[in-house]
Design a protein around this ligand. Sequence first.
Ligand code: F6P
Length: 538
Amino acid sequence: MAITPAALQDALTQAAEVLKSQRIEGLFDTSPDRASRYRCEAAGLTLDFSKHQLDDDAWQALLTLSNTQALPAAFASLIGGEMINTSEHRPALHTLLRGTVSDQHPEKSEAVEDTLARMAVLVDSVHSGETTGSSGQPFADVVNLGIGGSDLGPRLVCGALQSEATPLKAHFVANIDPDDLDSTLASLDPETTLFVICSKSFSTEETLSNAERAMRWLQAGGIQGPAVGAHLIAVTTQVTKAGDWHIPPERCFPLWDWVGGRYSLWSAVGISIALALGWQSFQRLLDGAHSLDMHTHAASPADNLPMIMALLEFWQTHYLGADTHVVLPYSQRLAHLPDFLQQLTMESNGKRVSSSGEPLAYDTAPVLWGSAGTIGQHSYYQLLHQGTRSFSADIILPLRSGEGDRDARRALAAHALAQSRALMVGRTLEEARQLGAERGFDKSACRQFELPGNHSHSLVMMDAITPECLGALIAAYEHKTYFLAVLMGINPFDQWGVELGKIIAGQMQSVLSGTDSEFKIDPATLAAANAWRAANTD
Ligand code: F6P
């Protein structure tokens, strides 16, 4: 099965062959207005995609593809609540959580509104000091216990929008490794700590294990019996299960099966955001995502920011041979963005069969990686500039830089733009020879200074790291991921691949605790299990 309909396959393949041998700077020479034409603005974001190996023929073919593959209609199906999660027979209505086309879903919308209202009441009451810990002291810390989609989104947002606006400091614990919870709790006081047990399924081992340990920590701190409930909030589709933990009903917030875990930060999963940053910030985050939804719904493919992002990655991955996509936010506050995007894109689109189960003859999601600039410049950028791997990249640059040392902020922006330029221009052999000669290298050794450049990448500018821009940025990546799934013919809303490891982990627990000697495992795993047991017999 070809990834692209036959009529466009030849056009795109031929365009790629031509472009592979051309320099991106050369494309600026032949098309001087390229910087303004290959640019798209929406909801406080600007996507500059002029530094891609892309010309008008290829771009027109990609835009035709977006219509042939009915991307605009696919977006209408998403927000319209069609059963696009075919393997789980559900819609994927995360856009409704930010009010997008809510009139099309009156009942669900009422449930969303009701939950938001209940969240706002609790958040306000915690901030005002009306809702307190069991001893009457106001809360000072909120600890989110969740993993995957029940962790990464709120962690990203709280890291990006740190604020002094509320008395609460947010902490995130995801790992079943007790060091994660223990090191977080070490400086906290049980009397003033509020836990959010965040789990769509309320059956995830890591989260439940941490929640049990957190309860024991509260009890050890002198908070006994039902008083523990005053320190807990639950967010889940399994509200009854949360009740078994003695969490009062007004502290249990529902989630719905029509929201995928990695698309859930806009739901009550985001309550730690509202607690740490204030209700208004959470609302503004939703507003930013909603604006981006409306843009995506209304804009034609040529002006549609997430659709363009998807078409670019499709082009890079399937026609120009990129096998990784690196995300480089030039902002320490966006340091968690690559982690969040790893789950969003790789759990969604790391698939090997089509929505109908047909094996795919092409690669799906590229590996996504990255970290906050400038740190990577002193580690893996060497590979970007001189390695043999082919990649595409997003450099993310907030324009209004905010508070803090102005000179340092200018230097940060200079590095972002410098890297963007260096990735494009590289260093020619002639320049390398000249530099090498100046440094006393012989002619052949001078090639060590040569940098091929010509690395396609986008520059994603945000007006500033405001809740609105951040909401829009996250929504843009969500829709990009969905459009790519449509182009590749896969279902981005399930994740069957994660199940096997969980089943075997249960069996391995029995092996490690010595309760199951019947379980047949390979000799290598058995040897490692025996080594662990030997090291842990006390
Ligand atoms: O195991 C993967 C996964 O199911 C993710 O899709 C999800 O975000 C995460 O685990 C956590 O799941 P839950 O919110 O149900 O605890």
